[in-house]
Design a protein around this ligand. Sequence first.
Ligand SMILES: C[S@@+](CC[C@H](N)C(=O)[O-])C[C@H]1O[C@@H](n2cnc3c(N)ncnc32)[C@H](O)[C@@H]1O
Length: 189
Amino acid sequence: MQEYNQIYEWYLDTRNTVTGVESVLSAFDGLKKGSTVVDLGCGTGLPLATALTSMGLRVIGVDSSSRMINAFKNNLPNAKTKLIKLQDYTFPKTKISGVLCWGCLFHLSPDDQIKVIRNVFSSVTCGGRFLFTSAKEKDCRTGEMDGVTFEYYSLGSEKYNEIARNAGWRLMHESEDEGKNYEYLFEKL
Ligand SMILES: C[S@@+](CC[C@H](N)C(=O)[O-])C[C@H]1O[C@@H](n2cnc3c(N)ncnc32)[C@H](O)[C@@H]1O
């Protein structure tokens, strides 16, 4: 998605430094230091990927916007990055202990979301975590940020849970946070 290149400056001004941080710290708390977490739709890495590194975790940032990835590289010079669409991303063969997808999955079509989620579910090691945000109810709508049109989709809680159960993952919790993001946290059994 190239649209985030168009709204890059606006996004930097709008993204606050708090939203998601507590959720990320708590979701990945149990992982051993040095474990790898893939941040899908990582943006600039502020504040979430930096929160992960503050826990001693390694981060791989994945994003389809070149401007976001360049900012991510500046903010986290030691992290690996991949400029690619999530739908086309192949996870590394090395051990992946967690995946974060904050504020991004809902930009993908329902079919692409299922593809990405299944990819996550088959790539993460047992005991690993997957934290993502998407609306609670099944949804399809159009919105605007800084004059640019974006599509938003949600498969809905029931469907996300069904896919997770079938893949051997369990729901740790789902809830709305203080910033009105609806978040899902799954663990691989
Ligand atoms: C709302 S921002 C969230 C960024 C970051 N996770 C945060 O919390 O600030 C959405 C990010 O997802 C990226 N993105 C959107 N669709 C994508 C896709 N299909 N593949 C890869 N990245 C995508 C955008 O470029 C943008 O950086």
